[in-house]
Design a binder for this molecule. Structure first.
Ligand code: NDP
Ligand SMILES: O=C1O[C@H](COP(=O)(O)O)[C@@H](O)[C@H](O)[C@H]1O
Length: 489
């Protein structure tokens, strides 16, 4: 971030400015860019939502949320500068003929606009129509769409068609904030800047891969959204498949948006479909019941605020995914993600194959295979488990398992870990689509996810219960144990 240019002046138009994502992530991310000197002095932030309020109400709302969500504390000069950029516009997004008030507000600002849709995806089409009707879409404008785009392949096509009827693909930024995380980006560096890994990254050297994205939070008051979606649509269809595709893709020709996206797409397309016939063997869905986290009792999913007591929505998913191509045939990728797990803890573990022969049997009967752990969050870092000789005079070779540990906080102690939304917002301002998801990727991911959801629905089975604060249903242990393997805890 240090060497980035100061960008041209833009209008950042936040639809859904008073919502959860905006207050927790988007406004703080924009403040951080301002603090880093990365917003042009004339850039404005126009918050749009349906509540009737004034500019100063929006400024007060922003003040409160920056205070709560900028953990390092606020810099007085940057804070004042940031607040002075804020403008509020009331609008019901569904009234597609009433965008003239917004047009008036934007007429006083910058010509280049970034429209950020931080609303339920079902209204992305209405917003696009409203902007078009008011003559608010120009070639230099960009649109950012939050995930999940749609509820299934068909609904994602409808949304994408509506947005694409007025924006070209090179103006559309489909955000998946995991692609902006420092450690997810580091996958590219780890894989393609280190011959040690580049040359050992396939079925000949790797036994299996585990990807865990665990959250200790529940649904945080988002019942309405979450119960419709579930963990499959909320996390697997997007974040986990994006991580998987970066991990498994062929080397892209360069770092350009389409080189990377072409390779990711091939991986998603090569995922072996999970069907009604094998869904039980290859997936587990769970739902948390009451339990304990950090010593405190927490309610079960069906007791959450606003809950429908009979919901069968899953809050946990485990999948044995397989990629049918030359590089990965025979290498399972075990995915696991859930709410109300013991800790926020996301990591990728690459299990290399065992040595074919052990010459150290006298001191170590079963030589463990090397393991590369990429800690995504928190405590970001990379760790390689290797065997090492214990120093000593004894004639017998004493060896043990040890770790090469590259912890980000220790190695880069003076560098701040930039939040994903800061990076992605800057990329949108800079017009770089590399870290955004192309339409064909979204659709390929839906195809794969839909077939699992369809198989779950056909089986009519309830999700398996797991106590809040545990690692998920017992059957998720069996899923991997059937292959004689176990989850890394
Ligand atoms: N929250 C999160 O952590 C994450 C969210 N996302 C995605 O971001 C998007 C926004 O999520 P989130 O912020 O949680 O949702 P919220 O429901 O908290 O916010 C949505 C905002 O849109 C407004 N809105 C909805 N419909 C209309 C309308 N017809 N006219 C005017 N305003 C309207 C809401 O206003 P009102 O309050 O009046 O209803 C609210 O301000 C979603 O697509 C979600 O999937 C993605 C990753 C993480
Ligand atoms: O997209 C989403 O992500 C968050 C988890 O994001 P993280 O950056 O905190 O790992 C998740 O809680 C939310 O349900 C989902 O919509």
């Amino acid at each position: 971030m240090k060497n980035a240019q100061i960008n041209s002046a833009v209008e950042v138009v936040l639809f859904g400015a008073l919502g959860d994502l905006s207050r927790r992530k988007l406004l703080p991310a924009l403040y951080q860019l301002d603090l880093a000197g990365l917003l042009h002095e004339e850039t404005r932030i126009v918050g749009v939502a349906r509540q009737d309020q004034s500019n100063s109400d929006f400024i007060n709302f922003t003040k409160e949320n920056l205070t709560n969500f900028v953990s390092e504390g606020l810099d007085e000069v940057a804070y004042e500068r940031f607040l002075s950029r804020l403008v509020y516009q009331k609008l019901d997004f569904k009234e597609t003929d009433s965008y003239s008030a917004l047009a008036k507000t934007l007429a006083n600002g910058n010509d280049e606009r970034i429209y950020y849709y931080s609303t339920p995806p079902a209204i992305y089409g209405d917003i696009t129509e409203g902007l078009f009707n008011a003559g608010l879409i120009n070639d230099s404008d960009r649109v950012v769409m939050e995930k999940p785009i749609g509820h299934c392949l068909e609904s994602s096509k409808v949304i994408n068609n509506m947005v694409s009827s007025h924006f070209e693909e090179n103006q559309i930024y489909r955000i998946d904030h995991y692609l902006g995380k420092e450690t997810v980006l580091n996958l590219l560096v780890l894989r393609f800047a280190n011959s040690l890994f580049t040359n050992n990254w396939d079925r000949n050297y790797i036994d299996h891969v585990q990807i865990t994205v665990a959250e200790s939070v529940g649904i945080e008051g988002r019942w309405g959204f979450y119960d419709e979606a579930g963990q499959m649509r909320d996390m697997v269809q997007n974040h986990l498949l994006q991580i998987l595709s970066l991990l498994a893709m062929e080397p892209p020709a360069d770092l350009s948006a389409d080189s990377i996206r072409d390779e990711k797409l091939k991986v998603i397309k090569a995922l072996v479909p999970i069907t009604r016939q094998n869904v039980k063997e290859k997936t587990v869905r769970g739902q948390y019941s009451e339990g304990f986290l950090g010593g405190n009792g927490v309610p079960g999913y069906l007791e959450e605020e606003g809950a429908n007591k009979t919901s069968n929505t899953e809050t946990f998913v485990a999948i044995k995914a397989e990629i049918d191509n030359w590089r990965w045939t025979g290498v399972p990728f075990y995915l696991r993600t859930g709410k109300r797990m013991p800790a926020k803890h996301s990591e990728i573990v690459i299990h290399f194959k065992e040595q074919p022969h052990n010459i150290f049997k006298d001191s170590y009967v079963d030589l463990p295979a090397n393991k590369l752990t990429i800690r995504l969050q928190p405590d970001e870092g990379v760790e390689l488990e290797v065997m090492n000789k214990i120093p000593g005079i004894a004639s017998q070779m004493n060896i043990h398992e040890n770790k090469l540990d590259l912890s980000f906080s220790e190695t880069y102690e003076n560098e701040r870990v930039v939040d994903a939304y800061e990076r992605l917002m800057l990329e949108v301002i800079n017009g770089n689509q590399s870290l955004f998801v192309r339409r064909d990727e979204v659709e390929a991911a839906w195809s794969w996810a839909d077939s699992i959801i369809d198989a779950w629905q056909a089986s009519n089975e309830k999700p398996k219960a797991y106590a809040a604060g545990s690692w998920g249903p017992v059957s998720s242990i069996s899923l991997i144990a059937r292959d004689d393997r176990q989850w890394v805890e």
